[in-house]
Write a protein that binds this ligand. Structure first.
Ligand code: ATR
Length: 274
């Protein structure tokens, strides 16, 4: 019988994970079935436990269950611990469940491998201080940037976040109106693009050498990427590569096989723009 994997979330109908993982399985000749499961808001723990009791091998977890998955895991990777959120669960040989967070590794891999954006010795601006940002900070700091500056609409949240990651590198919080630029790399980790809004970042943060990344993606460039383009940013990149990248890291953890994520990314991009 094929090994069983799934993504759990609510809503889940939009998820591209079944397509991505099925392509990865085909590429690497893995015998597995990967489905999307809509989980009632109050039932995550029981549904996930039942999945593993019925011999399911691994899960991806998306909104709004990443914190509950963090609670459910028996062991955690360091990056899951620092993120305080889990997007990947894996059944281990002894029956226990490992929790990992592959979002940050997916984003770092997309920047470095797909877009040739270096992070070492660079000044990085991260906008936002929610769960999405918490998931990427430790993998970013591992790349040894000169500094990471965190800004957020609610400044207090940026301060708390920066201080909780201090042991991993040079990270600090800043108010929007105190920012001086330009930065080498800017990451928009807010959900502002979902409603076509711009976080209140001053124009001076974008220079002609700046690489700008929005964790959101869509058929058209996001409002944030359009704004960066208008200021002459060298690169403006959306989060589709992060989506495929985090899936590739999860797949490699589960199957010890590294898929070709570029190929799948190109296919998804074609579909998105069709
Ligand atoms: P996620 O888990 O996707 O990060 P979240 O925890 O709700 O979601 O965080 C959303 C982030 O986007 C927050 O940093 C939020 O700012 P606040 O902490 O001040 O709420 C930010 N955000 C959402 N809409 C925004 C907007 N229109 N302008 C600026 N920041 C925005």
């Amino acid at each position: 019988m094929s090994d069983l994997y799934a993504v759990m979330g609510n809503p889940i109908h939009h998820s591209k994970s079944p397509q991505i993982h099925s392509e990865f399985a085909k590429q690497t000749q893995q015998d597995l079935v990967y489905s999307a499961m809509l989980v009632p808001i109050d039932s995550f723990e029981s549904v996930a436990k039942e999945f593993f009791q019925k011999n399911g091998k691994g899960l991806n977890i998306t909104v709004p269950f990443k914190e509950q998955a963090f609670q459910l895991a028996d062991q955690l990777t360091v990056r899951a611990q620092t993120a305080q959120a889990v997007n990947t669960l894996m059944l281990q040989a002894d029956g226990s469940i490992l929790g990992d967070n592959t979002d940050g590794a997916g984003l770092v891999g997309d920047l470095i491998n797909n877009h040739h954006v270096a992070l070492k010795d660079k000044r990085i601006l991260v906008i936002g201080a929610g769960g999405a940002v918490r998931g990427i900070l430790q993998p970013f700091l591992n790349e040894q940037p000169t500094s990471i500056t965190v800004v957020n609409r609610t400044f207090e949240k940026a301060k708390v976040l920066a201080s909780s990651f201090k042991e991993f590198g040079n990270i600090s919080a800043c108010e929007f109106d105190q920012l001086d630029g330009p930065f080498d790399v800017i990451i928009n980790g807010t959900s502002a693009s979902l409603s076509g809004e711009l976080p209140p970042v001053p124009d001076c943060v974008v220079g002609t050498h700046t690489a700008v990344y929005d964790m959101m993606y869509g058929k058209e460039p996001t409002t944030f990427l359009k704004w960066s383009q208008s200021l002459g940013a060298e690169k403006t990149l959306d989060g589709l590569g992060m989506l495929v990248g985090q899936a590739a890291v999860s797949f490699t953890l589960w199957r010890q096989q590294q898929p070709d994520s570029q190929k799948v990314l190109m296919e998804l991009r074609k579909q998105l723009q069709a």
